[in-house]
Design a protein around this ligand. Structure first.
Ligand SMILES: [Fe+2]
Ligand SMILES: [Fe+2]
Length: 302
């Protein structure tokens, strides 16, 4: 039976048996993080996200009802703690043990702020807190805190996810963030700014499509055998769309700063979402370099 020439479109018994093996067992294994990369990536993420967390505290504080003095005080305290931790992240020496300790402290601080945001969200949607902090915005910034914690925990474990899973995870997280930024911008702009409102809404729809595509890829390929052309294309599509959105955010920031458009967008918020787009683009580049290095390594093995 097995000696018969194989017909096209038919599979041998061996291949058939292989089809019953869990496809997860063909996934690439996690890589280990070098000490230099651990320090570099940890400091970059701390410096970026600690500032972001500090600003979230400020934005939440601005959005409360003035009678909620306790909540305002709590966000003021978080603002202060994150400012202190941010300063620390610029002073810590390039030493693995000290950077690991910085990561641990940041994780603890962000954990508290994440809980605060999540509890606040429940209170808002139960109408126990009023003001202008939209539920989706609070959920959005809680997800950002969770992402930051996850990232630092992975660094401290010394794990680098397989490149395919890393690209999927980052894209699913960031494309949703970019979609929501576009929609926040469109709803915080004065509705008389018809063109800008429409452009922002269009970006929201484009990112929603990319996000859904990334989720489809996640469903097909997460924890599976490397399929780099598909993964590389997804990363590239995200890069192109985010470069466009970044330019729109930058133009918006300039217009807001020079008071040429009508909106209720705090210039610092406009700058905040611009920096987040830049950080996504930075992540895309880091991932693309890893992907290219991986492809070269696999060519040498063949
Ligand atoms: Fe943010
Ligand atoms: Fe954001």
């Amino acid at each position: 039976m097995q000696n018969k020439p194989q017909l096209p479109g038919h599979i041998s018994m061996d291949q058939f048996n292989q089809m019953l093996v869990a496809p997860e067992s063909f996934a690439a294994k996690p890589e280990s993080l070098t000490e230099q990369l651990f320090v570099e990536r940890s400091l970059t993420e701390n410096r970026f996200w600690l500032r972001i967390m500090k600003e979230h505290a400020l934005f939440l504080g601005d959005g409360f009802n003035r009678k909620d003095t306790q909540l305002i005080q709590q966000t003021d305290r978080f603002h202060y703690y994150f400012e202190q931790q941010e300063k620390k992240s610029y002073q810590v020496p390039n030493n693995v043990a000290l950077v690991r300790k910085l990561n641990e402290e940041s994780i603890e601080l962000v954990h508290g702020f994440r809980n605060f945001k999540r509890n606040l969200l429940i209170m808002i949607i139960n109408c126990r807190v009023s003001g202008f902090n939209f539920p989706l915005l609070v959920d959005h910034i809680a997800r950002e805190a969770e992402y930051f914690m996850r990232t630092l925990k992975k660094f401290n474990q010394g794990i680098l996810e397989p490149i395919q899973d890393a690209i999927i995870n980052e894209n699913v997280f960031w494309l949703r963030i970019m979609m929501e930024h576009s929609r926040f911008i469109s709803s915080l702009m004065d509705q008389s700014e018809r063109n800008l409102v429409n452009t922002a809404r269009k970006f929201g729809d484009d990112f929603e499509t990319l996000l859904n595509q990334a989720r489809d890829v996640e469903s097909m390929l997460y924890h599976k055998q490397p399929t780099y052309p598909i993964i590389g294309k997804m990363n590239k599509d995200s890069e192109n769309a985010t470069t466009e959105l970044r330019a729109f955010k930058k133009a918006g920031l300039d217009l807001i700063q020079s008071c040429q458009i009508r909106s209720v967008i705090n210039p610092l918020l406009a700058d905040h979402v611009l920096r987040e787009a830049d950080h996504f683009l930075y992540m895309i580049h880091v991932l693309e370099e890893r992907l290219n290095a991986q492809k070269v390594a696999e060519q040498h093995m063949q």
